[in-house]
Design a protein around this ligand. Structure first.
Ligand SMILES: Nc1ncnc2c1ncn2[C@@H]1O[C@H](COP(=O)(O)OP(=O)(O)OP(=O)(O)O)[C@@H](O)[C@H]1O
Ligand SMILES: [Mg+2]
Length: 815
């Protein structure tokens, strides 16, 4: 039987002639047949396919005995696997099974015909087959004029649906549209047309035909509208519709309907349109354009609540927010730039000179690739703030990122978009903040970069910095090349050693050293004090600060290479004044010692070398740290113990070796105490790790002081590596060490002769009140350390030489 024929039969049987059964008495208890996704109305015929073996048996039984059943719809949105009393509607239809035909071994097709509207009052049996006690409901099926009008219009809609080939039901629909009897039309259409079961159930439950038609008619109209819309859309969206598109398609239908009903919001489209327009207006490289075109197309099809929409939207916003062509013109007027740099910072001649050179060349050759400068120096010497000042002088935007602790390549270069929560890396982020393609970009703390299993951030950084390749920097998130060649990169570091090698090669190191007392005084007087007065809202007030007061603060309240703590202490002083002013004080404020004591509390640092070295066994050394120079003490003591020596105070391996070396030198001098005692060497400030060979001479001096019972001169500090044969080798960080000695009130320092060249870099003013002794071997050191006694140590030295000579070894070279 063709489909058409089948439907014709079906419809023919939907006539109103009464079946013999209807005159029979109506049974009170009926077996329940739950209908999935279907509702049967009296007069309607519903074809079903049954595949559950138990149900098949039951149905065959009922069919053979000619029994009637209760056909009720199952509620949607419930777990539909099993029908239960709770998830079926309790208004349904008494029905008869009119046909059973086998389809496959375990499948039958049946036809049921609706006879009478019923209410299911209570469940009688739950299993195996559900049965229920029912009551029979009456209905008003009188057709008035309005019903005829609605029926007419419904037929019209049905034929339109047929034309639009609604769910491939054109034959059914055109047959339905020819049914004249309004009651038959209503029940057949409701039973057989695929629209939501909730609506069908409502129609079933209504009492009068007119109410039923009102509902049916509006359901049909809705279907028509959806169909019309979707045909419009599908015309536009030609070509195949894949699964992802299908969802969109349905959503569009929904949206259109909602709009039609005045419920929907049209802003989604507007939003995407606006974004599109903004992106079109922006000057973007072609490559970027073609990349985002794809995304724009995709986003237009998406639901704004979907996570993909948000992901793409965020990406497009990034593209939009990033500068692609925006630049600021460079100020290349050399004298003007110089003036601004001097306005902001005292001294710093080297870096300022380098910047002026760069500008001069840039003026001659506009396409100049920026150098990558690296300002190296102790904290608080103005590296970061100089960068800011250069940006101001050149008229460029300034951005700064800190690389301290960055260990993951993705932090520099971003995560691919496929990661949840992916973001661009810090470089692109910085550029976005700057808003121009040629900012001054400061990468702070490049020496604190580390790396782990997630790739090496240094190599990503290299790509960003290297002028040879950074016009095509690829951030994983952006996934399109970004031109960084116009950016002026400046990096900063406290130490050179820990900067990753490949990077160090590309950097132009500009050293910024610590400041002397005189420098600090100038900086405080001319820069920090005015700045803090301004910051505390005290401009125009009468404040007097003597130079001596500033020096006093510098000497007794700070101990640093830079001026950061100095700035902090000055700020504290001025805050005290500010609170007085706020209380209405009009007096002239004078910052003298008393005031300082009140504002800053007791002195924080005292010249300590004199106190420390008044007992034998202690010597003062000079150390270099990333935070500038420091004085350090080496203490020795003899203790009972089996070991040869104990080392404490967080010494690094190199320093430990120096200590062993020192002990060997002394033992070789033949001192009997050293031979059979355990030597304990301690470097105080045990919380701070110390390393390096430059404490060699200090350790030897400390031990000799102990063994000979002689106190080391208290105004003396020393530095120098030592060899097993007593030769003093050169060390690094001379300027910082000299500065540290001065800060601590030391007047004599011992330096290796081989460091003489470094003294040329140090300005005269720095060494003015300082005696510098250049030495070649340990004997000279000892002579300087113990000047008054012609003591045991020279006897020791003498013995040492004799021992060496006895063994046929040439004695250490002498000056
Ligand atoms: N030569 C100077 N002239 C004027 N002010 C200075 C000078 N050097 C430093 N300062 C001021 O000292 C403060 C600290 O400087 P900054 O933060 O730039 O130090 P830094 O070298 O970057 O330190 P770090 O290594 O800890 O980052 C700033 O307020 C700065 O203006
Ligand atoms: Mg800094």
């Amino acid at each position: 039987m063709s489909e058409m024929q089948w439907w014709k039969n079906l419809l023919k049987s939907s006539s109103r002639e009464k079946s013999p059964l209807e005159q029979e008495e109506l049974p009170e208890i009926l077996p329940v047949l739950p209908l999935k996704d279907a509702i049967l109305l009296p007069g309607g015929n519903l074809p079903l396919i049954v595949s559950n073996p138990a149900a098949i048996a039951l149905i065959k039984n009922l069919y053979d005995s000619g029994s009637v059943i209760a056909a009720v719809g199952m509620k949607r949105h419930t777990e539909l696997q099993l029908a239960s009393w709770e998830n079926i509607y309790h208004i349904g239809c008494m029905a008869k099974i009119t046909k059973v035909s086998p389809l496959k071994p375990n499948e039958i097709s049946i036809m049921i015909r609706g006879i009478h509207k019923i209410a299911l009052d209570e469940q009688v049996n739950a299993s195996p087959g559900m049965t229920a006690r029912v009551s029979y409901l009456s209905e008003n099926l009188e057709a008035d004029r309005e019903v005829y009008a609605l029926a007419l219009s419904s037929r019209e809609i049905l034929s339109q649906l047929a034309r639009l080939s609604f769910q491939n039901l054109d034959t059914v629909l055109s047959s339905l549209s020819r049914i004249k009897d309004p009651v038959v039309l209503m029940s057949a259409t409701t039973t057989n047309l695929p629209f939501p079961v909730e609506k069908k159930q409502q129609i079933l439950e209504k009492f009068s035909l007119q109410e039923k038609y009102t509902l049916l008619h509006s359901a049909l109209r809705e279907e028509l509208e959806i169909l019309e819309l979707s045909s419009k859309i599908s015309e536009k969206a030609k070509g195949e519709i894949n699964n992802a598109q299908r969802e969109y398609f349905l959503r569009q239908q929904l949206k259109a309907i909602k709009n039609e009903l005045g419920e929907g919001a049209a802003d989604l489209d507007d939003e995407v349109e606006e974004l599109k327009k903004e992106l079109e207006d922006k000057e973007l490289p072609d490559e970027v354009k073609s990349e985002i075109d794809k995304d724009l197309k995709r986003i237009a099809r998406m639901q704004p609540s979907s996570s993909e929409y948000v992901t793409i939207r965020t990406y497009l916003d990034w593209i939009l927010d990033l500068p692609w062509t925006e630049t600021t013109p460079d100020n290349l007027e050399i004298p003007a730039v110089e003036k601004i740099l001097d306005e902001d910072h005292f001294d710093l001649k080297k870096p300022k000179k380098r910047i002026m050179e760069f500008l001069a060349v840039k003026k001659l050759k506009s396409e100049l690739k920026g150098p990558i400068l690296c300002f190296v120096g102790p904290p608080g010497v103005g590296k970061t703030s100089l960068g800011r000042s250069i940006a101001r002088a050149m008229g460029r935007k300034f951005v700064r990122i800190s690389l301290g602790g960055v260990r993951d390549e993705a932090e520099i270069r971003g995560h691919r978009r496929t990661y949840i929560g992916a973001m661009p890396g810090r470089i692109v982020n910085g550029i976005k903040l700057a808003g121009t393609v040629n900012p001054l970009f400061m990468l702070d703390e490049i020496d604190k970069l580390s790396h782990d299993i997630h790739g090496d951030p240094a190599s990503a950084l290299l790509e960003a910095l290297d002028p040879e390749q950074n016009n095509n920097f690829v951030d994983h998130y952006l996934n399109v090349p970004y031109d960084l060649s116009k950016v002026f990169f400046i990096t900063t570091a406290n130490v050179i050693d820990t900067i990753p090698h490949a990077l160090k090669d590309r950097l132009e190191i500009v050293e910024i050293e610590g400041y002397t007392l005189e420098d600090k005084l100038q900086i405080a007087k001319n820069y920090l004090v005015p700045k803090e007065i301004e910051a505390n809202g005290l401009s125009g007030r009468n404040i007097v600060i003597y130079d001596e007061s500033l020096e006093y603060i510098i000497q007794y309240y700070t101990r640093e290479s830079g001026v950061r703590n100095l700035q902090r202490e000055l700020a504290s002083c001025l805050r005290v004044i500010a609170s007085e002013v706020a209380r209405g004080s009009e007096e002239t404020f004078c910052i003298g010692k008393d005031f300082i004591f009140k504002a800053l509390g007791p002195l924080k640092y005292l010249p300590e070398s004199t106190q420390r070295t008044h007992i034998p066994g202690i010597a003062t050394g000079l150390a270099w740290t990333p935070y500038g120079g420091e004085i350090l003490f080496v203490e020795s003591a003899l203790v009972q113990g089996k070991e040869e020596m104990i080392l404490t105070g967080q010494m690094g391996d190199v320093m430990k070796e120096s200590a062993r070396l020192a002990l060997s030198i002394i033992k070789s001098m033949g001192n009997p105490i050293a031979q059979d005692h355990c030597m304990h060497i301690h470097v105080p400030a045990g919380a701070i790790p110390k390393d390096g060979p430059s404490a060699g001479v200090t350790i030897v001096t400390s031990i000799i002081s102990l063994l000979t019972g002689t106190v080391v001169r208290d105004d003396l500090a020393m530095t120098g590596e030592i060899t097993l044969r007593g030769v003093v080798l050169p060390v690094g960080g001379i300027k910082e060490k000299v500065l540290a000695a001065k800060r601590s009130g030391i007047t004599n320092i011992i330096l290796p002769k081989m460091n003489e060249k470094d003294l040329h870099d140090i300005e005269g003013s720095l060494t003015r009140d300082l005696s510098i002794h250049l030495v070649e071997n340990i004997e000279e050191v000892l002579k300087l350390a113990f000047p008054e006694t012609e003591p045991e140590h020279s006897v020791l030295m003498h013995h040492h030489q004799q021992e060496l000579e006895k063994a046929g070894i040439t004695p250490p070279a002498r000056a």
